[in-house]
Design a protein around this ligand. Structure first.
Ligand SMILES: [Zn+2]
Length: 194
């Protein structure tokens, strides 16, 4: 958290005030609070830590859209703890960083539904098994229930007569962002509609 004895310089060069904020802002379980940043067009752009989020607001680069009611206080100002920010000026995004198909991300993309039986999935299966040359890419990984995953083992779908309920695809746009976020805050939901 912010220390009270220094004047930290943020990534965007904003000097926070001396004794910036009391340390009363509880981080979310499992880590520091994070904020969803929307472009001026209201498209989801990225997720930042609370320090960066505060810097964006203090620097006039973003406004707070959603907060949880906690307030950051300094001697000079009060600021609601940002959960969702909107940039004041549109930022052109030349490319989107690709998202790694981690287990969590694949399960999020597939809605935790097994690609074979539509049951509740908690594992990831390589459609073309890795042991037979399949790659760990979005188009070759699906969410699968442990039962289907175990039954399929290292066989090809053609060998066991199975079909995919839906072909796996690269996640795009807000789905990719959602998949990349370790744990989306509930307040982000309305802004992450694909
Ligand atoms: Zn299944």
């Amino acid at each position: 958290m912010l220390r009270t004895t220094e004047r930290p310089t943020t990534a965007v060069g904003v000097h926070l005030d001396r004794r910036p904020f009391p340390e009363t802002v509880a981080p979310e379980p499992g880590g520091l609070p994070r904020a969803l940043v929307l472009n001026a067009s209201r498209e989801p752009l990225c997720v930042v830590g609370v320090h960066r989020a505060v810097a964006l607001v203090l620097n006039g680069k973003a406004v707070v859209l959603e907060s949880d009611g906690h307030v950051l206080r300094s001697e000079r100002m009060q600021l609601p703890v940002p959960h969702v920010l909107c940039l004041t000026r549109y930022v052109h995004v030349p490319y989107r960083r690709s998202v790694t198909p981690t287990r969590r991300a694949v399960l999020a993309r597939d809605g935790h539904r097994c690609a074979y039986c539509a049951g509740s999935a908690d594992t990831v299966d390589h459609v073309h098994p890795r042991s037979r040359g399949g790659q760990h890419v979005w188009t070759n990984v699906v969410a699968a229930c442990s039962r289907c995953n175990h039954r399929k083992a290292d066989r090809l779908l053609s060998e066991i007569g199975w079909t995919l309920l839906q072909p796996p695809a690269d996640p795009r746009g807000s789905a990719a962002l959602l998949a990349a976020a370790v744990r989306p805050h509930p307040s982000w939901a309305a802004y992450l509609v694909a």
